[in-house]
Design a protein around this ligand. Structure first.
Ligand code: AMP
Length: 248
């Protein structure tokens, strides 16, 4: 069984976002970039499936600039077998990413594609669903548990008010929830080993897909400043303030 894992290069989740002076978007110049956290969880799940014997190969794929190679090297250092970079400097939207991934899936013929549930830069949470739709494959989104079950996958999803269990026939698309697993750190020897693992490049022009954005960013602005809090000296004062504010 082959597993394809799309990984996106995003602003590191610890970085405080700064806006460009003209409000046209987020300033990424000289900012630490990392693999989207939900994609680390996707790589981890794919590696666990391979280590359990359920899968044979894990392939990481990223659509982005040359620097997205670093994100792919991280995936390789975690343990992915090989990587594919679909190189573009255009900030691609979820539908474009899904169309490109469909091409990659048709070439690679994976049994499972595991994406993050959302990218923390656009917060779109759309790519996995669109990809499953384009491929006509079953989808298990926001998976918090994945168990291989005889040519199928049994997945648990967290939904309002409880858990839902689905059985998906393969090939299938999954997206990862935060509680699926805790991703491993890449060890130094594995970081060194990753440098010699295969990393192929695809020119998206060869796929005949229009990469130009369909959405226009009208304005980006900082959230309003929060009002300063008040320090209370006793529980009685806290209770009295909450009472006056109509909270209790
Ligand atoms: P989104 O729909 O943008 O919130 O992204 C959901 C998931 O799609 C991410 O967690 C990634 O697994 C995948 N994805 C989105 N954009 C890219 C990209 N440019 N390259 C690789 N994977 C991506």
């Amino acid at each position: 069984m082959k597993i394809l894992v799309p990984v996106k290069r995003v602003v590191d989740y610890n970085v405080k976002i700064r806006l460009k002076a003209d409000g046209s978007g987020v300033d990424t110049a000289n900012v630490k970039m990392s693999m989207n956290p939900f994609d680390e969880i996707a790589i981890e799940e794919a590696l666990r499936l391979r280590e359990s014997g359920a899968a044979k190969e894990v392939i990481a794929v990223s659509i982005g600039p040359q620097k997205a190679q670093e994100t792919l090297r991280t995936a390789l250092a975690m343990g992915a077998d090989r990587a594919i970079l679909v190189k573009t400097d255009i900030a691609v939207e979820p539908l474009t990413v899904a169309k490109i991934l469909k091409h990659v899936a048709e070439q690679e013929k994976p049994d499972i594609i595991i994406l993050g549930k959302q990218a923390i830069d656009d917060d779109a949470a759309q790519t996995g669903q669109m990809l499953a739709g384009l491929l006509g494959w079953p989808q298990g989104t926001f998976a918090s548990k994945v168990v291989p079950a005889d040519g199928a996958l049994r997945i648990t999803r967290e939904i309002d008010g409880g858990l839902q269990t689905l059985t998906l026939k393969l090939p299938a698309v999954l997206t990862t929830d935060l509680r699926l697993n805790e991703p491993r750190y890449a060890s130094l020897p594995n970081i060194m080993k990753a440098k010699s693992k295969p990393l192929a490049e695809i020119d998206p022009a060869s796929l005949g897909i229009d990469l130009e954005p369909r959405l226009k960013v009208v304005k980006t602005s900082e959230p309003g400043a929060r009002k300063a809090g008040v320090k209370v000296t006793s529980v009685a004062e806290l209770v009295s303030k909450l009472h006056d504010a109509g909270v209790i």
